[in-house]
Structure formats: C-alpha cells, structure tokens
Design a protein around this ligand. Structure first.
Ligand SMILES: [Zn+2]
Length: 97
C-alpha cells in the first residue's frame, strides 16, 4: 500500500471488504497482475499490479484523478485477508480465492 493513500480511502476500502463487495480476485501470472471485481455503485474491474511498482488500475472516475481509489485498496486488503501479498506465487495459481 502506498504511503500517499489517505486513511479515509483506506477505511472505505476496508469497509468494502467487510461488506463482501470484492466479488473475485484472480491471479494473472502472464501479465503479472491480479484481476479484481469490486461492486460499488456499479461493477468495477480492478488491476492490482503484482510487482513492486504497485501501478494499479481501476475503471472508476476517482481513480482517473488520483490513481488510487477505494476499489484498488479493497482488492489489496482482500488479498491480505487471505494471507497473500501482491506478488503472485505459484500456489496462488492452483486454486481460486
Ligand atoms: Zn476505483
């Protein structure tokens, strides 16, 4: 998680995880990215960078402006909750989360 993301955005992401709004997170080892589906006011597709660069992507308007949002945060927190890091490991590819 980047230090520059405000606590209030992180808190919204945490709430999203708690509400079960992260519908799925799928590792993509070819592109080195996690594909997430997050249900906000609509369904947003999130790409969580699996490299140290943490260049995430979300389809929402907020992301356009800030390059982070509660959806990308929610996917990262969801992974942590499952005991995973950003880095895709070989056993992540075996079973879906
Ligand atoms: Zn977003």
């Amino acid at each position: 998680m980047k230090w520059s993301i405000p606590e209030k955005v992180i808190e919204r992401g945490r709430q999203y995880v708690k509400e079960g709004r992260v519908l799925s997170v799928t590792p993509d080892a070819v592109n080195n990215v996690w594909h997430g589906e997050v249900l906000g006011s609509e369904l947003y597709l999130v790409d969580l960078d699996a490299t140290a660069k943490e260049e995430d992507y979300c389809q929402c308007m907020y992301w356009e402006e800030h390059h982070y949002c509660k959806h990308t945060v929610a996917v990262e927190l969801y992974l942590r909750q499952k005991g995973k890091g950003r880095r895709i490991k070989s056993d992540d590819l075996v079973k879906a989360l």
